[in-house]
Design a protein around this ligand. Structure first.
Ligand SMILES: Cc1cc2nc3c(=O)[nH]c(=O)nc-3n(C[C@H](O)[C@H](O)[C@H](O)COP(=O)(O)OP(=O)(O)OC[C@H]3O[C@@H](n4cnc5c(N)ncnc54)[C@H](O)[C@@H]3O)c2cc1C
Ligand SMILES: NC(=O)c1ccc[n+]([C@@H]2O[C@H](COP(=O)([O-])OP(=O)(O)OC[C@H]3O[C@@H](n4cnc5c(N)ncnc54)[C@H](O)[C@@H]3O)[C@@H](O)[C@H]2O)c1
Length: 484
């Protein structure tokens, strides 16, 4: 523990809590602390609302949604014939602009005001224990939360920087749709943006080192690769770009390792992100700014009793909802410590982010959607857990076949056999995102398979997949069903 005692009187500080970074995670940490009566300030160097609101979750989903609604209609006789013109790009971009608040954060600053959180505009930097510098001003606080998010990790490809590529910020805020778009990086962002831009008229070429979204169950990448092909996206797997150029007319060329050259009007790099820990003053606290910040389950940074880190910056799970969850936990833990209250730190207690370890929900808003929570089979096997897996075709469920003609999809549960509880679930198919929360509840609640048997899915909904998976578990020979 650091020399500063968190439980010391907060009166000697300017604030009980200073949060650095007003993205979704920072806002929630501030909000929860204020709700417990703390004096809170939040420091923001760009727009209140963070990456998610203006350049990530919201605008990317707005770019995707209209094309997916059209695709849904195309799968339904009667609706299909009613489609009489192509997608209206201008309207899609206008709706995206409105979801990004026209890149104006006055709505969010109004909320901070009403919540009683003081906004300090500028770049925050730690300059000592409990001390935050913003411009010329210095503020002290009993506790400080780092919520500075993440920044793109640019691969080291010759000529890439000079070619001025798009990152996800430029893509999600695009005012025009490039006729030809090359995407380097086949993770979640690259995949979603490939679907979005191809639905808006771009001829998209996707360059992938390995398989698509390789951290998920292997069948996920297969479904997505097929869907990208149907969407007209050229998906090149097992390729590594070794040079990028842009000529005087703005045309981009990407040279692949095997010597092939691909030309486009724009190139988007979506090769992952890293924690935004640079220039935060971590070195002043003897922390290595290039190393991952290690936090405990109350989000305290290892070795400190006043410094916390929530959201992308702690590299636990770079997703908005998980960062907000960590922030709610941290806000409550900070308030409890400040108020001298006992913390509830047993697993699933109100002051620990237990779900980070076992139940992180993930949705890829592609078409088909991918929805997964908890462990994949490969992760469970790597941990040497005693598991059994059951799988089922989603298209064979009545509700799915009604939802769309030719519905294609797949579902899989990973069941831990000692406790007979679900520890992982993956669904691929149109509109499966809303199936996910049932799986999250089953995992967090550790609901036994024989109790899940009594959770009857309504007929004819896509949720009937749960019944089919349970039947597979109930009747099928274990070693056949698990494929192990
Ligand atoms: C294209 C794309 C799409 C995505 N879609 C989804 C999705 O659909 N669902 C999902 O769950 N996640 C999605 N994500 C991930 C999601 O955007 C992040 O997990 C989320 O934004 C992290 O929230 P945060 O508050 O930790 O950080 P951020 O949202 O990055 O906010 C950090 C804030 O801190 C500020 N800041 C940084 N340094 C300082 C400083 N020194 N002083 C003051 N302020 C500072 C920044 O300006 C920023 O406002 C997507 C990401 C990308 C790139
Ligand atoms: N729906 C969602 O929740 C959503 C959507 C988009 C992004 N995000 C989050 O935003 C973050 C960033 O997304 P992302 O897709 O950029 O990251 P990612 O880590 O999901 O994928 C990065 C991809 O780039 C590839 N890559 C890395 N270096 C490369 C190189 N030199 N050449 C070629 N390929 C390379 C990787 O193999 C990987 O496939 C992630 O944390 C992601 O979870 C979430």
């Amino acid at each position: 523990m650091n020399e500063s005692a968190h439980s010391s009187s907060s009166e000697e500080y300017d604030f009980d809590l200073i949060v650095i970074g007003a993205g979704p995670a920072g806002e929630n940490a501030a909000d929860y602390a204020v709700k417990h009566g703390l004096r809170v300030a939040i420091v923001e160097s760009e727009l209140v609302g963070g990456e998610c609101s203006y350049w990530a979750c919201m605008p990317s989903k707005a770019l995707l949604r209209s094309g997916q609604a059209l695709n849904a209609a195309r799968r339904l006789p009667g609706a299909k014939q009613a489609i009489t013109s192509p997608i209206n790009v201008e309207q899609v971009l206008a709706r995206r602009d409105s979801f990004a608040g026209d890149w104006d954060d006055s709505g969010q600053t109004g909320w901070l005001d009403s919540a009683g959180i003081e906004l300090i505009r500028g770049r925050g930097e730690l300059v000592g224990a409990h001390l935050v510098q913003v411009g010329q001003a210095q503020y002290s606080a009993l506790a400080v939360v780092l919520a500075t998010g993440s920044v793109p990790a640019l691969p080291n490809i010759e000529g890439l920087v000079q070619a001025k590529p798009w990152g996800t910020r430029e893509a999600t805020a695009a005012k025009e749709i490039p006729a030809r778009l090359i995407i380097i990086g086949a993770g979640v962002a690259g995949t979603e943006l490939a679907f979005a831009f191809s639905s808006l008229g771009s001829q998209v070429t996707m360059l992938s080192r390995g398989s698509l979204v390789s951290r998920e169950e292997p069948f996920v990448g297969k479904y997505l690769a097929k869907a990208l092909e149907v969407a007209g996206v050229q998906f090149l797997q097992g390729v590594t770009p070794d040079r990028v150029d842009r000529d005087a007319e703005g045309v981009v060329s990407v040279r692949l390792g095997d010597g092939r050259q691909i030309f486009a009007d724009q190139v988007l790099v979506s090769t992952g992100r890293r924690a935004n820990t640079a220039n935060l003053g971590l070195a002043a606290l003897n922390l290595d700014p290039t190393a991952k910040l290690s936090v405990d389950d109350t989000m305290l940074v290892e070795g400190f009793d006043w410094l916390y880190a929530v959201g992308d910056v702690n590299s636990r799970a770079a997703l908005t909802h998980q960062g907000k969850y960590q922030a709610r936990i941290a806000g409550e833990a900070i308030a409890a410590r400040r108020n001298g209250e006992q913390l509830s730190e047993r697993q699933w207690g109100s002051h620990v982010a237990s779900a980070d370890h076992v139940a992180v929900p993930r949705v890829i808003f592609s078409d088909p959607q991918v929805a997964a929570v908890g462990m994949t089979e490969a992760e469970a096997r790597a941990k040497k857990l005693n598991i059994r897996c059951v799988e089922y075709e989603l298209g064979a469920v009545a509700g799915a076949s009604l939802h769309a003609d030719g519905y294609q999809g797949h579902a899989k549960l990973v069941v831990e056999q000692n406790r007979q509880v679900v520890i992982g679930a993956t669904f691929v198919g149109q509109d499966v995102a809303e199936l996910l929360h049932a799986a999250t509840i089953a995992i967090v609640g550790e609901v036994a398979m024989d109790r899940l048997w009594h959770a009857v899915p309504a007929y004819p909904t896509i949720s009937e997949i749960w019944l089919r998976l349970l039947e597979e578990y109930h009747f099928a020979t274990p070693n056949v069903a698990s494929g192990s």
